[in-house]
Structure formats: C-alpha cells, structure tokens
Design a protein. Structure first.
Length: 187
C-alpha cells in the first residue's frame, strides 16, 4: 500500500518489503504553460560518495551508470499523459559500496532561454516503486510554490545500516536550466 509522504518524512524502503533489491523512481508532471508551449522537466540521479560528494550523474545525456546499477529510461519533453513521465531504475545490489546517497533532482531543460519555471508545472510528483512487485511504496507530491524556480532537489535515497531510506526534500533551486547547476551543489 502506497504512503503519501510530506517533505522531511523519511521512509525506510527496506522495511516495506523483506526483499527490496531495487526501485523505480518515477517523475510525473503536467505542463501548465500557456498556448502551445510545453515544459520539459528532466529527472536525474546524482550518485554521491559516503562523504556526500557527486561521483556520477545519470540523466538523459548519460543514461547508465557503471554495471547498470542506475538506468535512466527515456526523456519525455512534454509531460503529457498520466502516470510517470520519466523513470530511473536503481538496482541496490549493483551499487558500489562507496555510494552512500542518490540525490533525485529535476530541472526544466533550457528554462532560462524559454522563460519557464516550475510555476508553469502542475501535478508534479515523484514516486518509489518496488521494481519486482510493481507496488508503489511511497509518493511525494511537489505542492510547494516553485514559481520562478527552474530546478528542484526532489529527494535523497540514502544508504543506512538497515538498507535504504527515501527522504523527500522539495528544495528549490532558482536557476537550473542546465543540470550542472544542481550537480555543483554536491561538489
């Protein structure tokens, strides 16, 4: 049974099922831009070492980590339709032991040039799905006012002694037309 969670409400993914070996991180949104314009949100996974420093980034430009531990499945440029618009698969059993945290972020591609921001996005969410069972484990709806912001540090998935935890953050990043603006925060 899925749990709707709030910012800062930690969920132990390992307690959800005895055998969670991997998850799907799904991002969904609807464009609320006027006219025919669409908002292109991109999800990314920043793999951080045990000290919290970025060591790899998986996104539409680099779709796989070493040994396929983290895989980005494709780029939706419109957010049309229901359900997940973009997905990242994380195989916990393949992650190197020096990966201590995975930061999930989203940014609006080329937001500055297109004069777009998250105030032009409706119904944004991230959800965690047990990839073996297909069961939605938790969902975080991005309901804060993100007007004027072009990036969001959505959540962190952190290694613990009990497995992996999901922590929704919903932290706005004012200018993130390019993913590198978010990655710099972890260097």
């Amino acid at each position: 049974m899925a749990i709707n969670i709030r910012k800062g409400q930690r969920v132990n993914l390992s307690s959800q099922s005895n055998r969670v070996s991997g998850v799907i991180v799904g991002l969904g949104w609807d464009s609320a831009a006027e006219g025919s314009a669409t908002v292109d949100c991109d999800v990314s996974a920043i793999l951080c070492d045990l000290g919290g420093k970025a060591k790899d980034v998986i996104y539409f430009g680099k779709m796989r980590s070493a040994n396929d531990a983290v895989v980005y499945t494709g780029d939706s440029q419109t957010g049309e339709g229901s359900g997940d618009d973009e997905r990242i698969y994380i195989n916990f059993t393949k992650l190197p032991p020096d990966v201590g945290r995975i930061v999930i972020s989203t940014n609006i591609y080329d937001a500055k040039a297109k004069r777009q921001h998250f105030g032009m996005v409706n119904n944004a969410f991230v959800r965690i799905v047990n990839w073996k069972t297909g069961e939605e484990m938790c969902r975080f709806n991005l309901t804060d006012n993100y007007s004027g912001m072009s990036g969001i540090i959505v959540a962190e998935i952190s290694r613990t002694s009990a497995g992996w935890d999901f922590l929704p953050l919903g932290k706005a990043v004012p200018e993130a037309s390019r993913l590198q603006s978010i990655v710099k925060l972890y260097q």
